[in-house]
Design a protein around this ligand. Structure first.
Ligand SMILES: Cc1cc2nc3c(=O)[nH]c(=O)nc-3n(C[C@H](O)[C@H](O)[C@H](O)COP(=O)(O)OP(=O)(O)OC[C@H]3O[C@@H](n4cnc5c(N)ncnc54)[C@H](O)[C@@H]3O)c2cc1C
Ligand code: SF4
Length: 322
């Protein structure tokens, strides 16, 4: 047990000021941070509890929906406005963790949870993300669950959040205390040769809310996992599709479980827009995006898996018989 200090900040400015201490970390629901402290992966000297100061409500306006960073995952998933207008978001949240965890987990904390790569979580093993320069045993070791897109020789970890995949498809913005908002699709850094740098956020940045523009067409979330619940994604898709007279007018696709960040499939979207809403077109679009995949021996199965998942999800949204 390592000793650490704990304090409850009373306002966002006070919380940010406390982060001037280099070993300070924000504490929200604690469902990821405290687990990592028990494993010795995270060793903060000061926990700054932000649960009581972050907005936890959901506001709707002509600009869309704004969700406080302190909102619990279960409350957001159950909100009637979310369920009706952004089913992709509700379903992504319900596909994550368990009921008890969703009751504790917050929107801000979910976005900044760390990878589930087993070497990252085991302090007896080398890991470039945890200890830069020590190597990446996953490349030659256990990588079945890890990434096929956006990787580098230094790290092949995936980002574990289901929420982030839905927000990537929804063109969400991440709002910070006294800093410009960041688009969700630009929040996460790819590993390159600095896998320890996971986001574009400056040290001490406090997420205060996420906002979603209006969507206006149907959306859904599908997740492939090794168990029916309580398991992270082997692969997942957040999709939204607008079809008029058999032609794709608009489409959004983001994949989870395949990259170090939620992977917005811009190339697949480009291929689909203005074309036929058929299963063959959905598969071809997935393949156009997957041309960039660099799978490892034990996760090459994710390429056909993501192709099939994409075809199934888009066919369902388009009402196409398979
Ligand atoms: C058994 C298990 C299964 C799980 N399965 C899934 C799953 O299938 N899908 C999924 O998506 N998730 C899953 N999770 C992860 C879970 O959803 C996250 O642990 C949770 O969402 C994190 O939120 P939190 O509020 O508890 O964050 P915390 O653990 O409190 O914090 C996480 C990180 O975010 C930082 N942080 C928190 N709030 C802010 C803020 N407002 N601004 C800046 N930084 C902040 C903290 O400093 C910390 O680094 C699972 C977790 C467990 C334990
Ligand atoms: S994949 Fe990334 S997190 Fe996993 S061992 Fe390699 S460097 Fe560490």
């Amino acid at each position: 047990m390592r000793p650490f200090d704990y304090t409850r900040a009373t306002d966002p400015a006070g919380a940010v000021a406390l982060m001037a201490r280099p070993d300070a970390k924000y504490l929200a629901g604690g469902t990821n941070l405290v687990d990592l402290m028990k494993l010795g992966v995270e060793t903060p000297g000061l926990l700054v509890d932000v649960t009581r100061l972050l907005p936890a409500g959901i506001e709707e306006s002509a600009a869309g929906l704004r969700i406080g960073a302190g909102a619990r995952n279960s409350d957001v998933a159950a909100d009637p406005r979310v369920r009706e207008r952004y089913p992709v978001l509700s379903r992504a949240l319900l596909a994550g963790a368990s009921g008890q965890l969703r009751n504790a987990a917050t929107i801000g904390g979910n976005l900044l949870q760390r990878t589930r790569c087993r070497y990252f979580q085991d302090v007896t093993k080398p890991c470039n993300k945890r200890e830069p320069g020590t190597g990446c045993p996953a490349v030659t070791g256990a990588h079945r669950d890890l990434a096929i897109l956006g990787t580098s020789e230094h790290c092949v970890a995936t980002h574990p959040s289901d929420l982030a995949v839905a927000l990537a498809a929804l063109d969400a913005q991440v709002h910070l205390h006294e800093a410009a908002p960041v688009p969700l699709t630009g929040l996460y850094a790819l590993p390159g040769d600095t896998p320890q740098v996971e986001t574009v956020l400056p040290p001490g940045a406090l997420i205060t809310a996420v906002s979603l523009p209006p969507l206006g067409f149907s959306s859904g979330y599908r997740k492939v996992r090794d168990r029916a619940s309580y398991a992270f994604a082997v692969a997942s898709i957040a999709a939204a599709l607008d079809v008029v007279d058999g032609t794709v007018r608009d489409v959004r696709i983001a994949w989870g479980g395949v990259a170090p960040r939620p992977w917005r499939a811009y190339e697949a979207e480009r291929v689909l827009r203005g074309g036929p809403a058929t299963e063959a077109a959905f598969r071809a679009a997935a393949d156009a995006e997957l041309a960039a995949a660099r799978p490892l021996p034990d996760n090459a199965f994710k390429v056909p898996l993501v192709r099939n998942l994409t075809a199934a999800a888009l066919a369902e949204l388009a009402g196409v018989d398979r």
